[in-house]
Design a protein around this ligand. Sequence first.
Ligand code: MIG
Length: 817
Amino acid sequence: MRIVHSEAMTATQEDIALARRSLTSVDKPGHAVPLPNGLMMRLPEQGVLIATFLSPHVIRIRVANLENLHRDFSYALTPNTTGVCSVETRETADTIDLWTSDGARVRIERPSGLLTIFDEHGRIVVEDDPYQPPLSGPLPGSVTATKLRGNDERYFGFGEKAFGKPRRSLRTRMWNSDTYGYPVDADPLYQSIPFFIAISERQAYGLFFDNTYRSSFDMGADDPLRYSFAAEGGELDYYVFTGGRERSARAVLKDYTDLTGRTPLPPLWSLGYHQSRWSYYPDSRVREITARFRESRIPLDVIHLDIDHMDEFRIFTWDNERFPDPARLASELAEAGIRLVVIVDPGVKVEDEYPLYHEGDSHGYFCLLPDGKEYKGRVWPGVSAFPDFTDPEVRKWFGSQYARHLDVGISGFWNDMNEPSVFPEHEVDPLDFENPAKTFPLEVRHAGDGHPGDHARYHNVYGLQMARATFEGLRRLRPDERPFVLTRAGFSGIQRYAAVWTGDNVSSWEHLALSIPMLTNLGVSGVPFVGADVGGFSKAPSGELYARWLQAAALTPLCRSHTETGSKDQEPWSYGKEFEEINRRTINFRYELLPYLYSLFHEHQETGAPPLRPLWFEYQSDPRSYDIDDQFLVGANLLVAPVVTEGALSRSVYFPAGDDWVCWKSGERFKAGTEAVVNAPLDCLPLFLRAGAAVVTQSVVQHTGEMQGQPLIVTATLGERRAMSFYEDSGNGYDYLEGNFSLLTVAVGPNEIEISRVGSCEYQRRVSHVDLLGLQNESPRVRINGTPSSSEFDQATARLRISIAAEQTGNIRIEVS
Ligand code: MIG
């Protein structure tokens, strides 16, 4: 028996090369050599297994062939993923154990390399199938891992997936695909996030398979006792997140996003309402639409310009007839507090007179075929060449192109078609989304940032690297502005660069319902800034469907209406007066809640928790919450139960066990762990505030530029002692990194509420009112900092409104008796 104690940074490339050399010389399966944070062990048939701890609860496993152990390289990971973690090792003849003092333990059998990972309490987290040791993939060049499935295990995450319930068994693939009008259960879609969170017996763990080839997961579908994941190439390289002491999904997601990154605070304006269609043109139409928002007093921050703004779809150009003076348009809109977002596709029209093509071609910036010729595919501009975004020089070049758009006053960018998608050269069944004719040939070459490879290897990260080129370009060009980038395709890590929308959905009730699990699963896959096209992209919604969709999307991180070319008008006023009024109120409501929504992005940046959450994320100890796909949480404090059924004027709502909930409209209280049918007339979004919790709100503004100086309203329910903080800063730029932000803390108790601030910033807004919801006694005695104070109960809103004097800038303690 040998005990090795190592304490150092994660194994570097050199450490691995050294260990590999020594294993090559000792041809003995089961033989192991130590690495900083772990070890490398020889497997039968020329294999090697590398097990390292990145932290006490994060274990990385690599299995590869000794000969072609790849140089360690990942587009998914943030650059600084080396952890310091001290690891103990114990070897016996048949096993090797690796563990950390307060963390997981890995047991490796020799010489097979079969693994079992235990949490710090000694419970099994992940266990290899003893009959299927690693490395025995069914296809040559493929890799597979097979694990035993935990009792009643359920799977969440996997990014953007169109599957409904149940989540106990499923099959899914990862291959970024353009899936216009995808039906429920279509798979794969635009994004590849090979990460899941499993919950079994109330315990969570996570697993991230860091492999960019076409991959697949079979989670108990073939065999309820097992699950497996496999890829058509590359290494078996995966991370297990044991979920910390609590075995919580929250800890899993924190660790996963420590590894793959989080979404930096977005510009506040991007959380406002966005209006889009394919396409608003000419400029007079854009003016008409935006003017209508202002005249009708429907708040709006952003309007999107789809592909028809360009000169024959040449990216970074304008159609001079449709948009003779984009700078003037942008500045007029800016005066009205409205920003422009324009679409930028990857395809560059092949045409010598087009400077962008000429430049890219002469520098060799486009993807090549193995024979060295440029790969050409047909997309909107016709025959096009495609920048190789896996080349840092190309990213830099492409990123710099955005200067043209920034110079005319465009605020944000929308990267589409970046799966990459090409028009097939022969007829393809429109539902055969994964048909090879719909993307680059697999032999197309990519630079791979010094790890050259073919499209089979880099297909799934093409969109990620395009979004990166855009984001990094904008950071360079406008260092004082937070970029807003919206992308269709992505891979794990996409959250570092862009918001994501769920592509070409359908104007149907089924799709409205589907949007909820799609968005919540993206959130728990590390991608927080998400939205679905409101009203549906393909086809046209009825007034009722549009209104219900807008309600459901009112609090989703991205709220954008969008529809396809040639469809009927799809603006908030397109369905008659009655619906216009309902839709106005819905968008007003989003703007009232913006201070809270914004604060949740700060929470995401700190912890990885998404603003939009499935119920189980907060109520892991309540298994009934696992199957709820038609409700969601916004932060920890709001429960949203949108109507997603045609004609319904009421719906049943499940209130997860652990907290009581108070109806936002009526103040009615609902008990934890119960179900109730609530009224939901057409103008109502069923919404509940957690008992003993608060949110920050504001009066309606027409755009986020009007928020500055507007006072805040704290809307709260009394209850058990609990404190929560809300974040404020300027809403753009990076001075918050220098401390220019403040946190408003609201401590709620059974009879009191206390408001205080930490930090200060020039943008902080005073609290003008505290609104108490769900009070038993409608005319209580109220004291503010010990002084009796008046208050008023408003029957219409079911709130006791307590005014806070403008001079009251310090801590505010309100007692209610
Ligand atoms: O081939 O730019 O998903 O949002 O309106 C279609 C036109 C290309 C697909 C996007 C959609 C966008 C459309 N695009």
